[in-house]
Design a protein around this ligand. Structure first.
Ligand code: PGA
Length: 265
């Protein structure tokens, strides 16, 4: 059975400029170029993809170039949009879909997110599908239903063989950029339920091999405990990914958890 390597992503959101993005990319490579037991990706803003991509290419490493979003069609009259196809042409390997800021600030519905997931996978790219409940939904006891619904709709028509290139990110909205992190056992509980849902949608082996990252105020100080949870396969990092030393420290917590799972066999 395929082992679940920890996956650590740095979502730079709408931060950095050309200089600081280059500097950050170099800092990430300096700290992590030699790490081979985890998967690492950085998600710069669109205008800096080429610059960051060329920095990544110059220094051999396994760090992947990621994009924060894309449109559903390969090309066409969609002013302002960018296709998965174009991203691939710029050496992007992985694209986020359904980030909570796209859902709740921009207003993307599940049906659009699903079309994006399908477009990303059809184009041969990896996809990270983000799901997660708001504070209000959590307080109303609806967290599991919301995650279930977002996952069911996000994965509609996704073929089993494409799931090898899909990672799920559980990102409770109330924990994103707020400094509030889910307690490790709450994250574990949500991840276990999400894995169970994947088993019911596909099969047990698929559920066992799919990676589920946690996102929401992950910091160097809490990463290790979160990543130590059985069903937490790394993290999608926002704020802390803008400081190279913090992102490197978080990724190293992923390395520790990779060591732990290989020791367990
Ligand atoms: P945060 O963001 O680490 O700043 O909470 C996480 C995310 O939005 O992916």
């Amino acid at each position: 059975m395929r082992e679940r390597r920890p996956y650590i992503g740095g979502n730079w959101k709408m931060f950095t400029d050309r200089n600081s993005a280059s500097h950050l990319a170099r800092g990430v490579i300096d700290g992590l170029a030699r790490e081979s037991s985890i998967d690492i990706a950085v998600f710069p803003p669109f205008p800096y993809l080429i610059t960051v991509g060329s920095i990544l290419r110059d220094r051999p490493s396994t760090i992947r170039l990621g994009a924060q979003d894309c449109w559903t069609k390969q090309e066409g009259a969609f002013t302002g949009e960018v296709s998965a196809h174009m991203l691939k042409d710029c050496d992007v390997r992985v694209v986020l879909a359904g980030h909570s800021e796209r859902r709740h600030v921009i207003g993307e519905p599940d049906s659009l997110i699903n079309q994006k997931v399908l477009a990303i996978l059809e184009d041969g790219l990896d996809c990270i599908l983000c799901v997660g409940e708001t504070l209000e939904q959590r307080e109303q006891g609806k967290a599991d239903d919301v995650n279930r619904e977002q996952l069911l709709k996000g994965l509609s028509f996704v073929r089993k063989e494409h799931l090898e290139r899909l990672t799920i990110a559980y990102e409770p909205v109330w924990a994103i950029g707020t400094g509030r992190t889910a307690l490790p056992h709450d994250a574990q509980d949500a991840h276990e339920k999400i894995r169970g849902l994947v088993a019911s949608l596909y099969d047990a082996e698929t559920a066992e091999t799919i990676r589920i990252m946690y996102g929401g105020s992950v910091k160097p100080g809490n990463a290790q405990e979160l990543f130590a949870q059985k069903d937490v396969d790394g993290g999608l990092i926002g704020g802390a990914s803008l400081v190279a030393a913090d992102f490197v420290a978080i990724a190293r917590a992923g390395v520790v958890s990779a060591g732990r799972s290989s020791a367990l066999g």
